[in-house]
Design a protein around this ligand. Structure first.
Ligand code: NAD
Length: 332
């Protein structure tokens, strides 16, 4: 259905249809860890819904996936409140859209003079809380405000420090992922055992983390990259890139491919570089995240109910190998 020429009644009907479909796919993806369509199919429909909502802002429903983060919180695991919400990221699918976003951002915030480019790790967000330098609680993003307590499972992951190099109180966030090799091994084993293979490493990591038995998590060889501090008063650095260095010196695993850039030329080169290297990395990436480097500007610019306004994800086109397990066609 083309959105041009829809009257408000038709637009409303079409929005409800899209919300229903997207929410069903989100349920399969976030709660069952078993998507039935490729991400690009989901993204296309999401984009269509966004365009209609943009045209008819009064019709936007609270139930729309554009107004909420992630999925529901599963029963069976304890719940954790996120005092600082765990957000998603806005996304773009071409360099043109990316540079349009960055131009708008810079026009509204002339003080921006640097952007930190990072790889967008294809896993799921986790939050880790330390008291006096000791790991005390770890959780999933859940719906952004309430997540699942997965502390015991996270304790089995070697890259998560149980004790920091300093006895501080801090909460950090980042990505938990399944390395490509572990993913292939796990699916081979599942096929041998007559179990359904996971569709992709992201869903495999999510399924492996939300286990009641932490020995299952341990056997899945997960790893982490941390990229954000949500609560810490004594941060020395005033930039995103400096914060990553600080996280690394505290003992966290930080992906060292990040790069401070200043203009579209440098950002474009970073994207080209990792588009080419993508298949050789040990872990999956589904894009590049471009972040305002100044932490003061990040907090000044703020966020919507769902995404920070100071960062954007440039998503890669889908990879053949990643999509071959999903054969479901969906035409919109
Ligand atoms: P997202 O995965 O597109 O991006 C936000 C997330 O990126 C953050 O929450 C964080 O976990 C992660 N991230 C990785 N590296 C990061 C870095 N360096 N800095 C900051 N964040 C980083 O958003 P989402 O809300 O988690 O998921 C939405 C996506 O999930 C959709 O675009 C779609 O592709 C997919 N999805 C697919 C289906 C399906 O049925 N196939 C259903 C629902 C969602």
């Amino acid at each position: 259905v083309s959105i041009d020429g829809l009257n408000p009644d038709e637009a409303k009907k079409e929005m409800l249809r899209l919300i229903d479909k997207l929410n069903q796919w989100s349920h399969e993806y976030y709660e069952l860890d078993s998507p039935t369509v490729e991400d690009s199919v989901y993204d296309n429909l999401y984009e269509k819904l966004t365009r209609i909502e943009h045209k008819y802002p009064d019709l936007v429903s609270k139930d729309s996936p554009t107004q909420k983060v992630g999925g529901a919180v599963l029963d069976g695991l304890n719940k954790v409140n996120h005092d600082v919400p765990m957000l998603s990221l806005g996304d773009v699918f071409s360099k043109r859209e990316l540079f349009e976003f960055l131009n708008r951002l810079k026009n509204n915030n002339p003080g921006i003079n640097a952007y930190n480019c990072e790889l967008k790790i294809d896993g799921l967000s986790i939050s880790l809380r330390y008291e006096n330098g000791i790991f005390v609680q770890g959780s999933t993003r859940g719906n952004g405000l309430i997540g699942e307590d997965i502390t015991e499972n996270l304790k089995t992951i070697p890259s998560i420090p149980k004790k920091l190099t300093k006895p501080i109180n801090i909460e950090v966030r980042g990505e938990c992922y399944m390395p490509k090799k572990s993913f292939v091994k796990l699916n081979e084993q599942r096929e041998k055992d007559g179990q359904k293979p996971f569709a992709n490493p992201r869903n495999a990591a999510a399924g492996s983390l939300r286990q009641l038995d932490s020995m299952v998590t341990k056997s899945r060889n997960l790893s982490t990259f941390m990229y954000n501090v949500s609560d810490y008063n004594d941060l020395k650095s005033d930039t995103q890139s400096g914060m990553l260095e600080e996280l690394s010196s505290l003992g966290f695993s930080v992906n060292d491919t990040y790069q401070v850039t200043h203009n579209s030329d440098e950002i474009g080169k970073y994207i080209d570089n990792y588009t080419n290297q993508r298949s050789q990395l040990d872990y999956g990436i589904d894009g590049i995240v471009v972040k305002t480097n100044s932490l003061a500007l990040q907090s000044k610019i703020g966020h919507t109910v769902k995404v920070p306004r100071w960062a954007i994800a440039y998503k890669f086109p889908p990879e053949e190998a990643e999509t071959k397990l999903l054969n479901v066609e969906w035409t919109v």
